[in-house]
Write a protein that binds this ligand. Structure first.
Ligand code: ADP
Ligand code: MG
Length: 274
């Protein structure tokens, strides 16, 4: 169910967290940025739009709580309100996914408003949240199209490694097409450099290249490669709950502060943020 103060006039920022490459930090960013925003007193909803269900796992959602999932919402078999699951983190909810979602691309091919299923559903609840973060699968198919058609902004995690910039131009072309055909309001909300390793010159070079090209659209905060961040999901916890003090968690808090500032919101950092 949406939070009780539903109906207050706020319009959620809806971020599609997308990059057609796998393993670049989409899910890690969705889970930890969402947790950091919730820690900054925002009301946040994560939508797990990847059939692998990693965001659901990372937020500690048990298998039996994933039955009323985003798949049934996209197929219009379930009202979106019925699919919202609260997490253990105050102000943070999720619409989970499970493997049945992998069938949705095929099952929706002939469906009416197939690119707008998520947008139509979110229109019913978006004023109950400050932020809605959509964790996309590693492909530019119908699921990611649903996310981009529903989003106010695209947030791109970019792994600081050699091939990172390849594929980015394809992603930008896709954004232009989606803008022209489905969602004129879509903008590039930002690029977050992930798995940054300051001992590695290549990491620096990739960050410099992407900044040279995208300028201020690249967040100042780089998310460091940090083993605590990669350990956290196996405990069903965001890094911020697994190890609040680690460099990765603190970086996600800084990233959240940047997001809030860009949106012109007051930043109330949680106690203990460095
Ligand atoms: P995607 O969703 O884009 O496929 P993930 O967020 O699942 O990518 O990240 C891929 C892998 O890299 C996961 O095993 C994750 O734990 C690890 N990872 C992501 N970010 C970091 C980080 N900052 N430091 C260390 N490992 C990370
Ligand atoms: Mg993922």
């Amino acid at each position: 169910m949406p939070p009780k103060d539903a109906g207050k006039t706020r319009q959620a920022q809806i971020f599609a967290i997308a990059n057609q490459k796998g393993g670049v930090g989409k899910t890690t960013t969705a889970v930890n940025l969402a947790t950091a925003l919730a820690a900054c007193e925002m009301t946040v909803l994560v939508i797990d739009l990847d059939p692998q269900g990693n965001a659901s796992t990372g937020l500690g959602i048990e298998q039996q709580a994933r039955e009323r999932d985003v798949y049934h919402v996209l197929l219009e078999e379930l009202a979106i309100e019925e699919a919202i699951v609260e997490t253990a983190i105050p102000r943070l909810s999720i619409i989970p996914s499970n493997t049945n979602l992998s069938g949705a691309e095929v099952e929706l091919v002939e469906a009416e408003r197939r690119a707008y299923r998520l947008r139509d559903a979110l229109a019913r609840i978006s004023d109950s949240y400050d932020y809605i973060l959509i964790d996309c699968p590693p492909a530019l198919g119908l699921l990611t199209l649903n996310a981009l058609a529903a989003a106010t902004g695209l947030l791109v995690p970019l792994q600081a490694e050699f091939y990172a910039l390849e594929g980015l131009s394809h992603l930008m072309q896709t954004v232009e097409r989606v803008k022209a055909l489905y969602n004129p309001e879509l903008k590039l909300a930002g690029i977050a450099v992930t798995m940054y390793d300051k001992r590695n010159n290549l990491s620096d070079q990739v960050a410099d290249d992407v900044r040279g090209y995208f300028g201020d659209l690249v967040f100042k905060t780089e998310i460091p490669r940090n083993v605590r961040v990669s350990e956290a999901p196996s405990f069903g916890l965001p890094a911020l709950l697994y190890d609040w003090r680690c460099a990765g968690s603190q970086a996600y808090i800084k990233l959240a502060a940047e997001v809030l500032k860009r949106d012109g919101r007051k930043v109330k950092l949680p106690a203990g943020a460095q």
